[in-house]
Write a protein that binds this ligand. Structure first.
Ligand code: LMR
Length: 398
């Protein structure tokens, strides 16, 4: 059977990271996959995670299955973290999923079962995996413009213009609540209000990817677009992830949350999510969710975790500012100051795939072919090397 299978191409993000790992050069720099690194290039386990794990080691007494929808205390705490007081929690059908990717897939599967071929609008560009996830679930992916031609800013009028003229009642619209991946370019609060009004008028449903809470302006501020959307829209699908803000990448902790009009619809939504999960992975893994629940339900640990998230966000901002200044100092022919308006782990640098290739081959610097750079992978010690290499690359390729 398998001898007839063609070889699938490597993943555009994780494949590059694998290539980096097997690159024998010692001065190589990995700015591909969205993983936070400290100045020493380590992806640390948060102190609060270690403390929670110690508590779990002492107190956990069983590894029996969890409910299909996951860890009850975790789900309660996540709904509170994500929605705050903006809506009645009785309107949220929440299920723990294996990471944010699992959340997107379970959300898409749940919709697709009952609305086969439903359309979902994706920003151009969007996270490289969005299209594959939604198509694998049977949704029909459509694309809306997101960036100006020079790719340095949001083209808001094109975005809303296309959704207005081409969107239909019942279409889903995939939005990144904060820290847009791959561009780092988010709508302003006023623009979120307009998006909210537009979706409500057109009766389109927001499908919100919320993978970077805390990495934009802070844990509370980053949730404002969500509450803005829910002021006018009574239904939404929200997918969160604790890969980044808890550093729990390999534990795979995320949540899919279907917001409905009332408690009766919520009950139905939860029953459908349960079915989608049962025939996929049956029920979720315990450890990561138990860890998150332990931190979020303990006031002292929660306050300490807030500080850890602030620390990661501040280091990323510092790296972005140093990179802009470093590029200026090289007198490169391109001005990178537009990066200062970008938020979160990523920056869309404007470098093209040929330049990404040059950096990889000539300098062992790995960035995604679209020009996306993981700012969280930068370090003060390697900044001069990185900036000099990019300046040289621009000169060599123009
Ligand atoms: C990324 O965009 O690099 C992260 O979300 C990790 C991934 O799975 O692609």
């Amino acid at each position: 059977m398998f001898e007839f299978l063609p070889i699938a191409p490597p993943d555009s993000i994780l494949g590059l990271s694998d290539e980096f790992t097997s690159d024998p050069r010692t001065n190589k720099i990995n700015l591909t996959v969205g993983v936070y690194k400290d100045e020493q290039g380590r992806t640390p386990i948060l102190a609060t995670v270690k403390k929670a794990e110690e508590i779990l080691l002492r107190t956990e007494s069983s590894k029996s299955y969890m409910p299909i929808e996951g860890h009850p205390a975790y789900l309660k705490a996540v709904v509170d973290l994500v929605f705050g007081k903006s809506i009645d929690p009785a309107r949220v059908a929440a299920s723990q999923t294996p990471g944010g990717t699992g959340a997107l897939r379970v959300g898409a599967d749940t919709v697709s079962r009952h609305f086969p071929g439903a359309r979902i609008w994706l920003s151009n560009p969007t996270w490289a995996n969005h299209g594959s996830i939604f198509q694998a679930a049977g949704l029909d992916t459509q694309v809306y413009s997101y960036l100006t031609v020079d790719k340095t800013a949001l083209d808001f009028s094109a975005m809303v213009g296309e959704l207005k003229s081409q969107g239909r009642r019942g279409d889903l619209v995939c939005l990144h609540a904060c820290c847009h991946n791959p561009t780092g370019i988010d709508p302003t609060f006023e623009q979120w209000r307009e998006i909210s009004d537009l979706l409500a008028e057109k009766q389109m449903v927001p499908f919100i990817d919320f993978a970077y809470q805390g990495f934009g302006d802070g844990l509370v501020a980053d949730a404002i677009p969500l509450s803005t959307l829910l002021e006018r829209n009574q239904e939404a699908i929200v997918c969160n992830s604790f890969s980044k803000n808890f550093g729990l990448y390999s534990e795979r902790v995320g949540t899919v949350m279907l917001v409905s009009r009332d408690a009766k619809s919520t009950e139905a939504a939860l029953s459908q999510i349960r079915q989608a999960i049962r025939c996929n992975y049956s029920n979720p893994p315990r450890h990561g969710a138990a860890t998150v629940a332990t931190v979020l339900t303990d006031p002292a640990l929660r306050a300490e975790w807030n500080g850890e998230v602030d620390g990661m966000r501040n280091r990323i901002s510092q790296m972005r500012a140093m990179f802009i200044a470093g590029m200026k100092a090289t007198n490169a022919s391109r001005d990178f100051s537009f990066l200062s308006a970008q938020k979160g782990m990523f920056s869309y640098s404007g470098l093209n795939s040929m330049q990404a290739d040059w950096l990889k081959k000539e300098r062992g610097i790995y960035i995604v072919g679209t020009g996306r750079i993981n700012v969280a992978g930068m370090a003060m010690s390697t900044m001069p090397t990185l900036c000099a290499a990019i300046a040289e690359c621009i000169q060599a390729t123009s």
